[in-house]
Design a protein around this ligand. Sequence first.
Ligand SMILES: Cc1ncc(COP(=O)(O)O)c(C=O)c1O
Length: 350
Amino acid sequence: MSSLVYDNILQTVGNTPLVKLNKLTRNSPHQFFAKVEYFNPSGSVKDRIALAIIDAAEKRGDLKPGGTIVEATAGNTGMGLALVAAVRGYKCIFVLPEKMSEEKRAMLRAYGAKVVVTPIGVEPDHPLSHYSVARKIANSLPNAFLTNQYHNPDNYDVHYRVTGPEIWEQTKGEVDVFVAGVGTGGTLSGVAGYLKEKKPDIKIVCADPIGSILADLFHHGKIIDPPGAWKVEGVGEDMLPENCHLKKFDDFVKVNDQDSFDMTRKLVTEEGLCVGPSSALILVAAMRYAEKLTKPSKIVVLMPDSGKAYLSKAFNDKWLVENGLAKPEILKTAFNVEVKAEEELKKFNI
Ligand SMILES: Cc1ncc(COP(=O)(O)O)c(C=O)c1O
């Protein structure tokens, strides 16, 4: 068999492309490169940690044949775990907050997982938070394994061992700034851990939604503004996960929902990158951070997932209007324009 044939789908996790941005950043003296993680088989960066966490759990004997994988997830980790579970023969139960998109929930069900939905706006230690519910299910169910992505060091470790080196090799060591968001913190901390060893003066920047407590913890060591609500999924936190190593970060840039959703639409129409709103938030943060730089720099931006998971939100004009996020100039793209063939042909007098 040729080296291009894989034994199973899990071998295609990682090695995602690094793609130069051309139009959106044309007025900048810097070069921006997107690490496009939707090339992973279930569509996000989380395939990397799903595979690594399950590999390690099997090796330690924490997950046994026929066992059930339980996780509190924004959706993408669930998808990655469900993918690994399908190939390796495990069952899955995922607990996610109500705000997560219907596409993600439908995908999890399609992979054969049970989806448990928790209310929005409950404190992390509330008995109905997605963290608490997942923990209780894992403790009560025989032969269950809680992957515990927020605190499990195998999450940090795979980004340190694999994602960081990929970026280093793809840029031939010429990366000056790395920007990503924090959900669990595994991506930004793990990549930072590796890149800082290679190049101590690299700048590691966290893109954080307004409403997240992480920037306060970074700048002041305590929460100044109480956690708020934001619409971009997968980034920002109301608690500090053990996988988030704030000491490895050099700066934070806060971005609001409006700028994130506007940029989501521009990324696909101008760069052909159909990515999710968190990717857009991260790019906005990177472009703002770049304004501080005094010499032309190479900036790598990690884009965690695909826009396909947000068709009912970021790419749905009605949802944007209902959520006060619609801007006329952004809505005037080709999106969501669907007409009957008869009407279209009439325009041409056919
Ligand atoms: C949708 C999505 N998934 C995953 C991640 C990566 O998060 P983590 O900090 O858990 O590695 C992010 C962060 O940007 C994200 O937006």
